[in-house]
Design a protein around this ligand. Structure first.
Ligand SMILES: N[C@@H](CCC(=O)N[C@@H](CS)C(=O)NCC(=O)O)C(=O)O
Length: 229
C-alpha cells in the first residue's frame, strides 16, 4: 500500500503571523536570521482562522505549531526556539538576564504607554503628549545604553534589539516629526539602521491572508531569505 505524502504540518513548523504586529515581527526576525524555514500563514486579526484558534484559543499572534504537535504561543519563546537551533549571528551572545529585563520592560510598562499614546482618543484620561512622556522613560534608558554601546546589550545586534525594535518603530511612527527632533540621537540612528536593514525588509514582505487549502507559503531560508547583517 502506498503511504500518502506528508502534509505541510508534518514537514514544516507553521507560523501564524500578522505582518504589522510587532510581536510577530520579532518572531519572524529570529526565524529569518536562524536560517530555518516555516510555513507562513498570514492572518487578519478581525478574522482569525479556526485552525489557529483550535491550537491556540487565546487568539494572539504569533503562534507556532511544530510538526511534533507542540504549540509555542509567545513571541519571545518562538525567538528562543529558533535561535536555540541555529544562531549564526550570535543573537544569544548577550547577558540573558539583561536582555530579559529589558524585554520585560518593553512588553510591560512601555507597551502600556505605547498603546495609549498611539490610540490616545480611546484613553481620554490623559493626553497623547502625557502618554508619550511616560513612554519616553524607556526611550531615555535605551538612549543611555546606546550612547555606551552600539546595540542595546553590547557591541552586537542581538535578541533584545530584535525583540524591542519593532515597538520603537511603532512609537516613532505615531509622530515621526516629533521622534526625529527628540533628544535621542543614538536611538534614532539605531532605529534607522534597523529599518533600512535587509533583514527588516525580508520580514516585512507582504502576503495575502491564508485560507484553508491554500498552497504552502514558505518563510525563511528555503524561501530565499538570506540573513544579512
Ligand atoms: N504576549 C504575546 C502578545 C501577542 C499579541 O498581543 N499580539 C497581538 C497583535 S500585535 C494580537 O494578536 N492581538 C489579538 C487581537 O488583536 O485580536 C506574545 O508575546 O506573543
Amino acid at each position: 500500500m502506498l503511504t500518502p505524502p506528508p502534509t505541510t504540518e508534518q514537514i514544516y513548523p507553521i507560523l501564524y503571523s500578522f505582518r504589522r504586529c510587532p510581536y510577530a515581527m520579532r518572531a519572524r526576525l529570529a526565524i529569518a536570521v536562524s536560517g530555518l524555514s516555516v510555513a507562513l500563514r498570514e492572518i487578519e486579526l478581525s478574522n482569525k482562522p479556526e485552525a489557529m484558534l483550535a491550537i491556540s484559543p487565546k487568539g494572539t499572534v504569533p503562534v507556532l505549531l511544530l510538526p511534533i504537535g507542540q504549540v509555542i504561543e509567545q513571541s519571545l519563546d518562538i525567538m528562543l526556539w529558533a535561535l536555540a537551533q541555529h544562531d549564526p549571528q550570535d543573537w544569544l551572545d548577550q547577558s540573558p538576564e539583561d536582555a530579559k529585563r529589558l524585554i520585560e520592560w518593553n512588553d510591560g510598562d512601555f507597551k502600556y504607554f505605547l498603546d495609549r499614546y498611539k490610540y490616545a482618543d480611546r484613553y481620554p484620561e490623559q493626553t497623547a503628549p502625557d502618554y508619550r512622556q511616560q513612554g519616553e522613560v524607556f526611550l531615555a534608558a535605551l538612549e543611555t545604553r546606546l550612547q555606551r554601546t552600539r546595540f542595546l546589550c553590547g557591541a552586537n545586534f542581538g535578541l533584545a534589539d530584535a525583540a524591542i525594535a519593532p515597538f520603537i518603530r511603532q512609537f516613532a511612527a505615531v509622530d515621526n516629526a516629533w521622534f526625529a527632533n527628540s533628544p535621542y540621537p543614538a536611538l534614532q540612528q539605531w532605529l534607522d539602521n534597523f529599518l533600512t536593514s535587509n533583514l527588516f525588509a525580508a520580514v516585512m514582505r507582504k502576503y495575502l491572508p491564508w485560507k484553508t487549502d491554500d498552497p504552502l507559503v514558505l518563510f525563511g531560508s528555503e524561501a530565499g531569505l538570506v540573513p544579512i547583517k
